[in-house]
Every structure is written in structure tokens, then in C-alpha cells.
Design a protein around this ligand. Sequence first.
Ligand code: AMP
Ligand code: MN
Ligand code: MN
Ligand code: MN
Length: 281
Amino acid sequence: MMSAPLVADLHLHSHHSDGVLAPAALIELCASRGVTHAALTDHDTLEGCLEARDACARQGLRHVAGVEVSCGWNGQTLHVIGLEFDLEDPALALHLADIRARRAARIAEIGERLERKARLPGKALAAKILGRDAVPTRMHLARELVAAGHAKDIGDAFATWLTRGRPGHAPIAWPTLAETVARLRGAGARVVLAHPHRYELSAGALRRLLGEFRAEGGEAIEVAVAGIGPSDLDRLATLARHHGFAASTGSDFHDPAIPWNPPGRFAKLPADLEPLAARLA
Ligand code: AMP
Ligand code: MN
Ligand code: MN
Ligand code: MN
């Protein structure tokens, strides 16, 4: 008998970070799109996990506890995903609360810079976000800049105002990769490096990163990510084989208004790679 196909979307966002749907609505959308395993991986918060778990139980999906944690490596921001861990782990909760505090300070700083350098109402936009969003991200600011007519879309808001070299760029010191992996493993997580092809790293630096990540206890890298091109997919597959990583799959879905990465849509994994989802109980 053929086993049912595995559609494991292990990278999803809700309105508890910079997505727009509530966890229950997100999981309903996943179910309607044929997702079999779902991990809500909000940035730096576990807030939506119980709602996602209950919704998965109602919809007959396998729920995987998840989080996408921001960290730093050689001056680069990286995202590390923890899966299947203890949601009550106190050290992880403290780690995430510390990151949220750093995020809030950064959004206030970006608001001031937008005001000072670009004469935009940055302070008011930052205050609105800080009063509303528990995980204040640049995505929230990008949405506000679009809504106020200062950018034509999210991509334009980042490119014009928020990225390095633009008036609203403000540095942030994240906890290190090593610390982050240790924290997640302390909570019992399987640890996955998110979207390795998106970092601005040379081939050599990426190999070094993956070697360190493996040595620290990283188990998988995302390989089948929404929007990845064939040459990046091939490159990540080669790296996964070389370092002995399992391969994770996910859409990085944030918003139903963005049509190219709905839940459950991502590239097919090369047949010889072990899907991380196959290791989930
Ligand atoms: P932050 O973690 O506060 O730096 O916010 C970054 C979030 O914004 C990411 O998680 C992405 O969802 C999104 N993002 C980052 N860069 C871009 C970009 N250039 N265009 C569109 N969205 C972006
Ligand atoms: Mn995001
Ligand atoms: Mn990410
Ligand atoms: Mn993400």
C-alpha cells in the first residue's frame, strides 16, 4: 500500500509575530491546502503554539511545536528554527523575552532615525507598533509605511527605508548562534537552520556556518523553502548531504494577500535526502 504523501509545512507565521492570521485560522488554511504536519514558527515567541496545537487536533493535522529564533553569527542575522520541544522550558522563555525587549528597543530607534534622517512620522509609527505588537518586527514597520503612503509595497518599504544603508536601518545585537542552539536543545528541540540561501554569505562562509551549526547540534537545514530557485535548491541539497543534515520543508507563510507562498507550497525534496518530517513522531 502507498503511504499518504507527507506535506510538512514546518515554517509558518501567525499574528503573534509578523504574520496576519490567528493560529486557528492559519491551521484551517493549512488543512484546506492538504498540509499533513504543521509547525507554527513565529519569530521569538511561543504565544500561538497552544492555539495551533488545538486547531491541529480539530483539523486532524500532526502538530509540531515550533519557533523561529533570531540570532547573530559573524555580524549576520540568522534564523534558527526549533521544533518539537518543551513549550514550558523556563530558560527558553527567558531567552525569547530578552530578544523581544531588544526588538522593541530597535523599533523605537528605527522610528527615531526615520524621523531625524527622512522626516517621516517614524516615532508615531513605532509607538503604534510598540503599543500593539508583542514581537515588534521591521515587517510591521514596513506595513505601516505602505499604509501611510511612504512605500508602494513591503519590498519597496524594506529597500527604501529599512535595509542596511537606508535611513531607517538600526543595528541590533542578537544572542549568538551557539547560545541559541544550546538554548533550544536545552528545551529538547530539534534545531533547523532556516533559509540558508538567503544569507549574504560566500560559499566558504556558508560551509563554515554549516560545519559549526552541525557541531553545535543542528539537525537539519531548510532545503525545500517556498520561492527557492533550482540552483539554490541544488546547492542546499549538496550541503545537506555533505554535512549529514536532514532536510526541512516549509512555506514561511505570513499573509494570504501574498500569493506566492501559501501554506503547503514549496519545492520537492530530492529523493535521497531524509525529510526531517520523517523523524517526527
Ligand atoms: P525583523 O526580524 O524585525 O528584522 O523583520 C524581518 C521580517 O521581515 C522577516 O521575518 C521577514 O518576514 C520580513 N522581511 C525581511 N526582509 C524583507 C524584504 N527585503 N522584503 C520583504 N520582507 C522582508
Ligand atoms: Mn517574518
Ligand atoms: Mn526567517
Ligand atoms: Mn519565517
